[in-house]
Design a protein around this ligand. Structure first.
Ligand code: ZN
Length: 407
């Protein structure tokens, strides 16, 4: 979910997303045709919070989210990992309310498949994704963003696994006692504790992917040292281009690749474009009164007020901040490919968790624009297949084997 401050959606942007896709660069290499043939997997979207807190029915075309089933089909996106994000400021860093909030979100995703089996299937394996794609159904998958609802109990990891969760981002923007975050002061020195290492080993045993997006540098290196399985970054970019703590250094990218892992590029402009974050900070200060007023006007629990505030932020960002291009997203893909090869890159949009989107990537319907840019730069269809989903399927297959005990 939200990079602390990223989130929301705007009608203007969503309407734009239904517009035309980029032109095919060459006959037989039409991006949309490739999307409909390839298996495309997005590793991160925060749509579930809108389903729970805003009553979003993602079986219909919406203008209030970046993602729904209709636009997934238009964009040729086959599988979505839904972020189960427990906002620590509202639900705690653990305890009953964090667990309840995670359980509610998991239930909401499971209900999608139960109530709309003609459209959705709950997927927990790479084979499930392939099967859903072959039947023309959308695969819904679960990723837990932040280990807060683990509640410092090792048995929680298996509980979430059994509920269908197939990756866990160890920390979000707040450090846990057992895993440092890139988003706070504690994370400057905190890595994995002994308990944190047990969590990683338990995930390896069960066959749950370990996600290092959001974690502190020290946690990153502790994970790489501890995990016996490929490690992924579900929504992170390259510090070599945009030097922010949420992105990965070249050494980190090399280390993930050496373990067989994948870096999934995120569409949030602050992680794409150098200097964008500073500009956003200035705009945040300017619009603070507007944002506060929207939060005060909203009624209900804290998550409702956050959505109201984020809506104002997205609207204002669209007017006040410079657009970032699809080409910039591909710059990050290119950088990873040049460092470690096309086998180690994927897509993790963070749609519905970001309050600004690149021009030309206003919703899931626009994903073929990304493919068009890859083709324009000379990527082959085979490369594109790997980037869109093939690489993640490979990691899932490896991680699914677990450590061979009990499952
Ligand atoms: Zn996130």
């Amino acid at each position: 979910m939200p990079e602390k401050t990223e989130k929301a959606n705007s009608p203007e942007l969503s309407n734009a997303s239904t517009g035309a896709h980029a032109e095919a660069p060459a006959a037989g290499r039409d991006p949309l045709t490739i999307h409909h043939r390839a298996i495309a997997i997005d590793m991160h979207a925060d749509t579930v919070q809108f389903m729970l807190d805003d009553g979003a029915d993602i079986n219909q075309r919406l203008t209030t989210t970046h993602l729904d089933a209709v636009r997934m089909k238009e964009g040729g996106l086959d599988a979505q990992f839904f972020s189960i994000w427990v906002e620590p400021e509202l639900y705690g860093h653990g305890g009953a309310s964090a667990v309840r909030r995670a359980d509610e979100q998991i239930a909401a995703v499971r209900a999608l498949a139960e109530r709309h089996p003609e459209t959705w299937t709950l997927a927990t394996t790479s084979a499930d994704i392939r099967h859903a794609a072959s039947e023309g159904k959308l695969a819904a998958l679960l990723g837990l963003e932040g280990g807060y609802p683990v509640d410092e109990k090792i048995e929680s990891v298996e509980r979430y696994y059994r509920m269908g969760v197939r990756y866990m981002t160890l920390a979000w923007s707040h450090s846990l006692s057992w895993a440092g975050s890139s988003g706070d002061e504690a994370g400057r020195t905190r890595g994995l504790s002994d308990f944190g290492r047990r969590v990683v080993r338990e995930m390896n045993r069960l066959g749950m992917m370990v996600d290092v997006s959001h974690v502190s540098d020290k946690t990153f290196w502790d994970v790489v040292e501890t995990s016996t399985k490929p490690v992924i970054a579900t929504h992170s970019n390259c510090r070599a281009i945009a030097d922010v703590p949420r992105n990965l250094t070249d050494d980190m990218i090399r280390a993930l690749a050496a373990k067989g892992g994948v870096v999934c590029v995120v569409f949030y402009p602050a992680f794409l474009e150098p200097g964008w974050q500073e500009k956003k900070n200035r705009v945040d200060a300017e619009i603070a009164p507007l944002v506060d007023a929207a939060g005060r006007k909203a009624t209900g629990r804290g998550s409702f007020r956050r959505i109201a505030r984020d809506r104002v932020r997205e609207r204002e960002f669209a007017h006040r901040l410079p657009p970032v291009s699809v080409a910039r997203v591909v710059d990050h893909i290119d950088h990873i490919v040049k460092l470690v090869g096309v086998e180690h890159v994927g897509i993790g949009s963070d749609f519905d968790g970001i309050q600004a989107v690149p021009a030309g990537l206003a919703s899931v319907a626009d994903l073929p624009n990304l493919t068009a840019e890859l083709l324009r730069r000379g990527y082959t269809e085979e490369d594109v297949d790997k980037i869109l989903g093939g690489n993640i399927l490979r990691v899932m297959e490896e991680v699914e084997r677990g450590d061979g005990r009990n499952f």
